[in-house]
Write a protein that binds this ligand. Structure first.
Ligand code: C5P
Length: 407
């Protein structure tokens, strides 16, 4: 399991042809479970597009220091505090000079001054620029101040020169980042346990082209899978259709309907899993009979009635059959949140339920943050509102503690 799971990496990209390689670096980092936010300098915009970086990192890209929209969300000081590590790849000669001088004339240099986290540079420039005494002095000064660096590598350059100045390969930068985090990796206390987690919506076919579904993004279930994997659990992630990259190491079973989700859970939980978490938003109803052919528009009718029947209650079925030692549900409610959640805990035969208020626009469905109340048969606990990744670690810890001393 990667030690980059849930590590927050702020990737600064400065102006240089090697910027295109940073896209691969982001892919390697996110695939290993890290969360990556990208900051571009003005020079970098000539080489890579915000659109690409946003799509690959899964976060909006930041580039200006005084952007009211961005500051209203995560301000630049908050962003500096957010990062576990700042990586500048490629780091241009100009950027290194400004950083060495302690300038704060754009977002990236400001973040480097404001952060208390380590900074890793991957310099990239023409070989003569790298060899210039000014650049060498800047590099030495930054090293003296504790700034980490990798490369540059020696070899053929985009400009035709040969010499030192090529940015290190994305895989080498990735390994340097991973090594940096080696000493701080998470305890593997779930080794030997099997956790089965459902995530995302279900999709109930009306006919071959239409379906009934909901707005669940799957982010909470995926974050829980990531957090359980990080502590050494074997994780089966039974996922409805979502737009997320599964965490490295998870056994992913892709399903569409509630029936398929139930079958996949049952099969993967034989003879018994340690923990089941139902984070999926399962459709309550499905078509009584889904049409085998595309339903035709009737020219003469203004109304259409679909006959729906109840879907199986997946979590209640698994609880009844005791297919996991601990069964944890979610309760998305819009009113009487705690009261309704408690009744579901009893009715479905669960060990724990995690309730959240989906009437709030800032948390829950499709949001990156969540605020929940954890309810067991004789305790309730409300952790602070937090990023789903952070909250997931807390919930996994809470489930593990509950297994050790059920109360
Ligand atoms: O939809 P409801 O509020 O009852 O969901 C509560 C819990 O039950 C969730 O953990 C959800 O994943 C699970 N559930 C299920 N099968 C259903 C409906 C809900 O497993 N058909």
């Amino acid at each position: 399991m990667s030690n980059l799971v849930q590590k927050r990496i702020l990737l600064g990209i400065t102006g240089g042809i090697a910027a295109y390689k940073s896209i691969e670096l982001i892919r390697l980092l996110t695939k290993a479970g890290a969360e990556v936010q990208v900051v571009l300098t003005d020079g970098a915009k000539a080489f890579v597009t915000e659109m690409t970086l946003q799509a690959i990192s899964g976060h909006p890209v930041r580039s200006t220091l005084l952007d009211p929209n961005a500051e209203a969300g995560m301000g630049h000081i908050e962003l500096a505090k957010w990062a576990d590590l700042i990586v500048i790849a490629p780091a241009s000669a100009d950027f290194m000079a400004r950083y060495a001088q302690g300038m704060a004339n754009d977002l990236l240099t400001t973040l480097c001054l404001a952060t208390e986290s380590p900074v890793l540079l991957a310099p990239a420039m023409n070989q003569a620029m790298w060899r210039h005494p000014a650049t060498q002095a800047n590099a030495a000064l930054l090293t003296e101040r504790g700034v980490l660096s990798i490369g540059p590598a020696d070899g053929a350059q985009a400009c035709g020169d040969i010499g030192p100045g090529r940015m290190s390969e994305p895989s080498d930068i990735f390994n340097a980042i991973s090594t940096h985090f080696e000493d701080t990796s998470i305890a593997q206390d779930l080794t030997g346990q099997h956790w089965v987690i459902t995530a995302g919506p279900t999709m109930e076919a009306i006919d071959p082209v239409r379906f009934i579904s909901n707005h669940s993004s799957g982010k909470m279930g995926y974050a829980l899978a990531t957090a359980a994997l990080a502590r050494g659990a074997k994780v089966t992630l039974v996922s409805g259709p979502v737009q997320l990259t599964p965490p490295d190491g998870a056994n992913v079973i892709a399903v569409k309907s509630a029936d398929e989700m139930l079958a996949a859970c049952k099969q993967s939980m034989q003879p018994q899993a340690d923990v089941f978490i139902g984070a999926a938003a399962v459709a309550d109803f499905k078509m009584k009979i889904a049409s085998e052919q595309k339903m035709k528009k009737q020219a003469d009718t203004e109304e259409l009635t679909l006959t729906l029947v109840k879907n199986p209650d997946i979590i209640a079925t698994l609880a009844q059959q005791k297919l996991a030692k601990s069964i944890v549900g979610f309760a998305a409610e819009t009113q009487n949140v705690i009261e309704y959640a408690k009744s579901k805990l009893e009715r479905k035969g669960l060990d724990m339920i995690i309730a959240n208020d989906v009437s709030r626009a800032d948390i829950g469905f499709n949001q990156d943050e969540n605020q929940v109340t954890v309810i067991t048969h004789n305790k309730t606990w409300s952790p602070d509102k937090a990023a789903k990744s952070e909250l997931a670690s807390q919930l996994v810890e809470c489930i593990q503690q509950h297994i050790q001393s059920p109360s």
